[in-house]
Every structure is written in structure tokens, then in C-alpha cells.
Design a protein around this ligand. Structure first.
Ligand SMILES: Cc1cc2nc3c(=O)[nH]c(=O)nc-3n(C[C@H](O)[C@H](O)[C@H](O)COP(=O)(O)OP(=O)(O)OC[C@H]3O[C@@H](n4cnc5c(N)ncnc54)[C@H](O)[C@@H]3O)c2cc1C
Length: 419
């Protein structure tokens, strides 16, 4: 029989960038004394706080250093970060504010920031940190949620009134579909997490000459960049099977026109900022790579030829092409959060029950969940995806989630418990 811990006001399940952003948003919106009323419990599976998946990817960020620096330099967080020591990562980001940094550096910075913020907040609020604790189940239990977790080899349970669960996501497809495309299949998550030597060894071990990439996302183009670093056009050819061509981000319509980039003057323009493909568009390294592929058919003159095939069902189209030795699955992410009897979430960040009704008090919005943009967040009308990213968790997404939490605090008990 496991230990049962006391009732907390709030549980943060998974402490990667999303729940770090949530904590900062709660602070910014002056909600911490409510959220931490009877204590906050933080459950994080790994020893690292704050970094999440970003620490694994061996690619550059899709935001500039200056965007990540905002988390530290924002005057609203001054009390928390004034004596922050950011180490080499912070030094690099400050020295190169206008470059897209390696994600491993961003992860180092977020980890230091998370440690700093938790220790600073713990001076004022009750914060219980379960590090290297894996949550296995979250379920409704009367007025609160019951959270089962493994910690130090023990199985235990905690109760919490509110739960923010952000455990990242995973890519998946039926194995038989992948087998039809190529004998070797990896997810882009796996491919972008191995270093160049291991990626190169993978190509040589399986004598890979033709690569099929499924999906036209940022991960797909990052995979092309990685392949272009380790193979040339004499040895490898790449086909990207996608539903639509990747879109490119531009600061202004004039900048897009200067590059000869075609866009819809209404559907692709953010009404708030005038930016082109503000949410869907590729930025920085992946932008340059995609632009080069559109113009010349490869990332650089020596690198593998890249061909796009657009169709309604990229899996079927890819499986009809023969002779591909490697398939890289670069599709979207599903939530890895351990809900029970619940079915995902909607645009307000509240998780839904199996009947599709919002479950007050239970929220999920990070990788694999994400929110659709609100009018307040702006963005191009053609964007149909989910918002995901460190800056958003601390700003627009944080606002939406804290607003939902504030509303749920005032829901009569019989509605909140579904009775
Ligand atoms: C290839 C790629 C590149 C990206 N680049 C950028 C970028 O440049 N800039 C940007 O802002 N965003 C980027 N993103 C989006 C990015 O994924 C998110 O910003 C961020 O990683 C999502 O944070 P998260 O906390 O939701 O998930 P994760 O980063 O996956 O963190 C989840 C955390 O939960 C923990 N956890 C998992 N399961 C459990 C469990 N059962 N119990 C307890 N803890 C658990 C994990 O250990 C981890 O710490 C990128 C995404 C991808 C896929």
C-alpha cells in the first residue's frame, strides 16, 4: 500500500518549459497566493527542472536569443530574477541576442531559471518538489484530483484541487504504415536528439540512399538540415511527403515580397502585428533552409536533393513510392499526460472528460496539447494549429490558462465535482 500525501491546492505534473511558464504567468498575474494557498506540489520525472524536451534536441531554436532573455529581463519578474546567475548559456545568449541559439543552451538557461524561481518562491510559499518522480495516473476523486506517482522506488498518492499537467508529447503512427514506407523508421524526435556521428552511423549501417520524411513541419525541415550536415547529393536523396508546403515567416509584407514569397494578403497576415505567417511560419535556420530548397532543390549546392510531394494522405503516397530505406516521422505530437477517463483538451486549456465536457481544475497546454490562438493572441487567420513555445507559455498561453483557473475557482461545488 502506497503513502498518501496531504491535499495540495495545486499540482504541477511535469516541470518542463510549459509548467515553468505557468508558474511565471501566475506570478505575473498576481495569483500565486491563491494557487499556493495550501501548497504547490511539483512532480518531475527527470532530475532536470525547466528544460524538458528542449535539452535533447541537437538543433537551433526557432526563436532568437533575445526572446528567451525576455524571461529573465522582463521587469515583472525582477524580484525573482534580479540576482540570477545564468552561467555560460546566459553569457552566450547575451552576446548573441540576434541569433537562434542551440536548444541545448536554451535548456541550460531554463534549468537554471527553474531552480532559481522555485527556490525564490519557496521562501514565501509552500512548495513541495518531487524530483525524479513519475506520475502514473491523474484521476478525479471527489472534490479534488488523485495523483499516483513513483518516487524513490515507492508508489505514493497525492491529492490536489487543481492540476496543471504538461508531460510533453510523442509522435506515433501504425507500425504497419511505416513498414510500408521504408524498412527503417524513426521519429523526428529521435532523429533530432542524436548527434551527427550517430546520425551518420545510422545512414551507413542501413546503407541509406533515399529518405522519406512524413510531415512538412519545423521538425521535417530540421531533419533535412541534419541530413544535409552528414550526407551529400551523391549519396542521399530526400522526399518530404506533406499535406501542404511549409510556410515561411516574415517580419513584414515588404520583406516577403522582396524575397519573392507568395502569401495571401489577408489569411497569412497577423492583424495585430502585420507579420506574415506569424505562428505557422518557419524562422531562422529552418526558414533559410526551406527558402533554399524552394529555390534550388537543396539546402546547399552539395547537400542532398529535396523533393516535396503534397497530397491529402502523405502516408499512403509515401508507401506507394518504392526503394526508400529510411522513414522519418515528422508529424504532430500527442499528449503524454497520464489522465484517466479523460479525452484530451480544448482551446481554453481545460482537459475534457470522455463526453467532451470541460473538467474544471485540470489543465494541459504544453507539447502535445497546445492551445488554438485566441483573438487576443492574434496570428494569421490561416493558422489552424496549436500554439507551443516558451515565450507563449509565459505570455498569451499563460494568460488563457490563468483566466480559466480563475473562473474555475468560483464554480459552485456541485458543478465542479460533476454531481
Ligand atoms: C523539434 C522541436 C523544436 C522546438 N523548438 C522550440 C524552440 O526553439 N522554441 C520554443 O519555444 N519551443 C520549441 N519547441 C516547442 C517545445 O517543445 C516547447 O516549447 C517545450 O518543450 C514544451 O514544453 P512542455 O513542458 O510542454 O514539454 P516537455 O518539454 O516535453 O517537458 C515535459 C516535462 O514533463 C516531464 N514528464 C514527462 N512525463 C512525466 C510524468 N509522467 N511524470 C512527471 N513528469 C513527467 C518530462 O521529464 C519533462 O521535463 C520545439 C518543439 C520541437 C518538437
Amino acid at each position: 500500500m502506497g503513502n498518501t500525501h496531504r491535499l495540495y491546492t495545486t499540482a504541477l505534473v511535469g516541470f518542463g518549459p510549459a509548467n515553468l511558464g505557468l508558474l511565471l504567468s501566475a506570478y505575473r498575474k498576481n495569483k500565486l497566493s491563491e494557487i499556493a494557498k495550501n501548497g504547490i506540489a511539483i512532480f518531475e520525472k527527470s532530475p532536470r527542472l525547466g528544460a524538458g524536451k528542449l535539452g535533447y534536441y541537437q538543433i537551433t531554436a526557432n526563436s532568437l536569443s533575445s526572446v528567451f532573455l525576455e524571461c529573465i529581463d522582463d521587469p515583472r519578474f525582477y524580484e525573482l530574477t534580479s540576482d540570477f546567475i545564468g552561467g555560460d548559456a546566459l553569457t552566450f545568449l547575451r552576446d548573441y541576442p540576434d541569433t537562434a541559439p542551440q536548444l541545448s543552451l536554451v535548456a541550460d538557461l531554463l534549468e537554471r531559471l527553474a531552480e532559481k524561481i522555485i527556490s525564490r518562491l519557496a521562501e514565501k510559499y509552500q512548495i513541495t518538489l518531487y524530483r525524479e518522480a513519475e506520475v502514473t495516473q491523474i484521476k478525479r476523486s471527489g472534490k479534488s484530483f488523485s495523483i499516483s506517482f513513483n518516487h524513490n522506488g515507492n508508489i505514493a498518492t497525492a491529492e490536489s484541487e487543481f492540476v496543471f499537467t504538461n508531460c510533453g508529447g510523442y509522435q506515433t503512427a501504425e507500425q504497419s504504415l511505416l513498414n510500408d514506407i521504408a524498412p527503417v523508421a524513426v521519429t523526428s524526435d529521435e532523429f533530432l536528439s542524436i548527434d551527427k556521428d550517430d546520425a551518420s552511423a545510422l545512414l551507413h549501417r542501413h546503407k541509406i540512399q533515399r529518405v522519406a520524411i512524413i510531415g512538412g513541419s519545423h521538425s521535417a525541415i530540421s531533419s533535412v538540415i541534419r541530413l544535409s550536415e552528414i550526407a551529400d547529393n551523391a549519396s542521399v536523396a530526400i522526399t518530404i511527403y506533406c499535406r501542404s508546403l511549409p510556410r515561411l515567416y516574415f517580419e513584414t509584407a515588404a520583406a516577403a515580397q522582396d524575397e519573392g514569397y507568395a502569401f495571401d494578403p489577408v489569411a497569412d497576415v497577423c492583424p495585430l502585428s502585420g507579420r506574415i505567417n506569424r505562428f505557422a511560419g518557419l524562422r531562422y535556420d529552418s526558414h533559410q533552409a526551406a527558402l533554399s530548397i524552394f529555390r534550388t532543390g537543396s539546402v546547399s549546392p552539395q547537400s542532398p536533393a529535396v523533393n516535396f510531394i503534397v497530397s491529402d494522405n502523405p502516408f499512403i503516397t509515401a508507401s506507394n513510392s518504392s526503394n526508400q530505406e529510411l522513414c522519418i516521422l515528422a508529424t504532430g505530437y500527442r499528449s503524454a499526460s497520464p489522465f484517466t477517463g479523460l479525452s484530451g483538451k480544448d482551446t481554453d486549456g481545460r482537459v475534457r472528460d470522455i463526453a467532451g465536457n470541460p473538467v474544471p481544475g485540470l489543465y494541459s497546454f504544453g507539447l502535445g496539447a497546445g492551445l488554438s490562438p485566441s483573438e487576443k493572441a492574434g496570428g494569421e487567420p490561416s493558422f489552424k494549429g496549436r500554439l507551443d513555445g516558451v515565450w507563449l507559455y509565459i505570455n498569451d498561453v499563460g494568460d488563457v490558462i490563468i483566466d480559466a483557473y480563475t473562473e474555475d475557482q468560483h464554480i459552485p461545488e456541485n458543478i465542479a465535482t460533476g454531481r
